[in-house]
Every structure is written in structure tokens, then in C-alpha cells.
Write a protein that binds this ligand. Structure first.
Ligand code: ATP
Ligand code: MG
Length: 357
């Protein structure tokens, strides 16, 4: 049976890297005999907003909910539409309405890519950040008092539910279970945040009882960010609340070189709703329209999508092809952000050809 994929390219370089993501997926589908059926949607971008006064049609949920996955480019064109409108009107709606409570980002230093951390080689950095994506610090509960006066007070609450915390922890422990090192690191700040973070720590200890073969440690977020930079080789699976996960899931990929190659997944693990796969980078208006954006973030996100759909071998082959093309280091193929003189297309084609062989 065909796997139905909804494709939303979005804005800026999203529309340029998406064709390369699809090219790579086509190559993998052919080689591994996977039936993928793509349906493109022309909403969820700023031009749609300028025409309709909203980012998506009112029935977007109905239109998308039965797909097996969403393959997504990037959204935003700040000169035309403020970021909070474009983001809240599309991507954040998907994350919330489709209960994509896991945000997953691999942080892996690839061959031929220079890490900003001096002396780091591929193999030194290879871990996942698992971010809680639906609650925690990003609640809208709170308010203002005495606004505009000297006595002004603002409050915003953190919300942690047992279900919400346990489900992200379970996902992270399960992931650690599949990794050779079987190691899980929890981000906390229970020395300063005295109610929610000790609760998080408690749930980690409770969950750990069900995973006796996983070695578990925890770091306060301040020293943890320092250790990402000083000792990235310590980490295997790192799990954090919405805010801490947000910070770590930008810092982790940053340690692996260019933002152009980092992939991500927003996952509803039960499969009740479609999960969404997108590059970490945004729409990059500064380079949009030039055909020079690095397509690897999009292609790698496609690989994550195949793994999610149950095709681990095909997914691994896509990542291996990315590694091979990077290792070859052909200047005329690679994009400018990784030291080449090529284009989105030359790099996309080289990877698709490598997947195909
Ligand atoms: P967002 O707010 O959506 O995260 P942003 O505008 O803050 O987006 P990006 O769009 O990711 O950030 O761009 C940040 C910088 O990285 C820009 O200078 C951009 O040109 C560069 N960049 C982003 N993606 C790529 C890519 N795929 N290839 C090359 N350079 C990229
Ligand atoms: Mg931005």
C-alpha cells in the first residue's frame, strides 16, 4: 500500500530545497521498492497569507490528518508577514493539533564538515536531542498586573503533566535502547527551579527503573550547554523540557557545522496523527532565489521520515549517501556554505545518484 506524504514547501529556500528532498526520496523509494505517494499543498506559505489573510484554509486539519507524514520545507518571509503570524499560522499549528510531542534532532558531525569546536572529528559528535514539544515553559498561562506603572508585574507559568513528561521520557529511553552506547542524559535545573524541575528529575528516576540497561545521568542546563561545547563526545541521547530542549536542539546542530545540513522531526509516536519532517534551518530570505541553499537538511529529514515509516535500511542508505558525497568533497558539487562552488541542484543530484547506485 502506498504511503501518502503531504508536501508543503513553504517559503524562501524551502521551495528550493524541497525538490532535492523529493529527488532523494524518489531514488530511495526506487532502490528499496517503497511505494511513496506525494501530494503537494500550496498553502502554509506567506504568498497564501497575502492572498487569503491566513496561512492555511480553515479545513487544513481535515485535508492533512489522514496522511502518513508531512514533508515540510521552511516558513517565513519577515519583510512581507511578521514571523509570529507565519509561524503560528502553520508550523506551530501542525505541532499542536497533530500532537507532535516529540521534537527530534540528530546532531552528527559529518565527514568534510568543519565543526566550530576545534579539533573535533566525525565520530566525536553523534547524539540525539529529544525535546518535549507541547507543554512545559511554553504555556500561555499567566498575565500582567499594574501594566505601564512602576509596579508592573508579569507572570508566566510552566506546566508539566505526568502524561506529558512521561511520554517524552519514554520516547527518549526507547531511543537510547536502540543505540550502541545506551546512554541517556536529562537536562534539568532543579537547583534553581524548585517545583517543576525536581518533578522532572523524579519522573526520570521512575522511568529509569523500567530501563535497567540504560545508563542515566543529569546535568543542570547551564553546565550542560557548556559540556555540549567542551565534551560533545559524552552524549548519546539528551532529553529536555520544551525550553531546555529548544536551546539544546539549536546548540547541538550548531556544534556539527552548518545549519544547512541539520534535519529534524516532529513526531506523534502513536501515529494517531501524521508526524512532520523538516530541516532545522528557516526560509533564509538572504540567500533565497539564488539556488545556492544546501539541500542536505531537507534530504536528511526525508531519511528520518523513511525511518519513521518503517524503512530503516532505506533511511540508512540515504544518510550514507549524504556522508559519501560530503567525504568526496567535490568542490563543483558542494554548496557554498560547506566550501563548494556548486548549487542546490548539483548537490541534490549527486546525493540522489549515490542513493540510486
Ligand atoms: P528561522 O527564524 O525560521 O529559524 P532564520 O531566518 O532565523 O529562520 P535561517 O533561515 O535558518 O534563520 O538562516 C540563518 C542563516 O543561515 C542565514 O544567513 C542563511 O543564509 C543561512 N542558511 C540557512 N539555511 C541554509 C541552507 N540550507 N544553506 C545555506 N545557508 C543556509
Ligand atoms: Mg527567523
Amino acid at each position: 500500500m502506498a504511503h501518502r506524504i503531504a508536501v508543503i514547501a513553504g517559503d524562501g529556500i524551502g521551495t528550493e530545497v524541497m525538490p532535492e528532498g523529493l529527488r532523494a526520496l524518489d531514488a530511495a523509494a526506487k532502490r528499496f521498492d517503497i511505494d511513496l505517494e506525494f501530494t503537494t499543498f500550496e498553502f502554509g506559505n506567506c504568498d497564501y497569507y497575502l492572498e487569503h489573510g491566513k496561512m492555511m484554509p480553515d479545513d487544513w486539519f481535515e485535508q492533512l490528518k489522514d496522511f502518513d507524514a508531512l514533508f515540510y520545507g521552511a516558513v517565513g518571509w519577515p519583510d512581507k508577514v511578521p514571523d509570529h503570524i507565519s509561524l503560528w499560522g502553520s508550523l506551530l499549528q501542525f505541532r499542536r493539533q497533530f500532537d507532535q510531542y516529540i521534537n527530534l534532532r540528530p546532531c552528527k558531525l559529518m565527514p568534510g564538515i568543519k565543526s566550530p569546536l576545534a579539533g573535533r572529528e566525525p565520530g566525536d559528535i553523534d547524539f540525539f536531542v529529544v525535546r518535549e514539544n507541547t507543554e512545559g515553559e511554553y504555556s500561555s498561562i499567566g498575565g500582567k498586573m499594574f501594566e505601564g506603572t512602576e509596579r508592573e508585574i508579569v507572570v508566566q507559568e510552566t506546566v508539566m503533566s505526568r502524561t506529558g513528561v512521561d511520554r517524552v521520557l519514554k520516547y527518549a529511553f526507547d531511543l537510547a535502547q536502540t543505540r550502541p552506547r545506551k546512554k541517556l542524559t536529562s537536562a534539568t535545573k532543579s537547583n534553581g527551579i524548585s517545583i517543576t524541575m525536581p518533578y522532572w528529575d523524579e519522573r526520570v528516576l521512575e522511568m529509569a527503573k523500567q530501563y535497567p540497561d540504560i545508563s542515566v545521568d543529569k546535568f543542570h542546563i547551564d553546565i550542560l550547554t557548556a559540556n555540549f561545547v567542551l565534551h560533545p563526545d559524552w552524549f548519546d541521547v539528551v532529553v529536555g523540557s520544551n525550553l531546555f530542549g529548544d536551546i539544546l536542539s539549536d546548540l547541538g546542530p550548531a556544534c556539527t557545522g552548518t545549519i544547512g545540513i541539520a534535519p529534524s522531526a516532529n513526531i506523534n509516536p502513536e501515529g494517531k496523527f501524521p508526524s512532520l519532517f523538516e530541516p532545522v534551518h528557516g526560509s533564509a530570505p538572504d540567500i533565497a532565489g539564488k539556488g545556492i541553499a544546501n539541500p542536505i537538511g531537507q534530504i536528511w529529514s526525508g531519511a528520518m521520515m523513511l525511518e519513521h515509516l518503517g524503512y530503516k535500511e532505506a533511511s540508512d542508505a540515504m544518510v550514507a549517501a549524504i556522508e559519501e558525497v560530503l567525504a568526496e568533497g567535490n568542490q563543483s558539487v558542494l554548496t557554498g556554505d560547506i566550501g563548494g562552488k556548486g548549487t542546490t541542484k548539483t548537490l541534490g543530484e549527486a546525493i540522489a545518484d549515490t542513493i540510486a547506485k
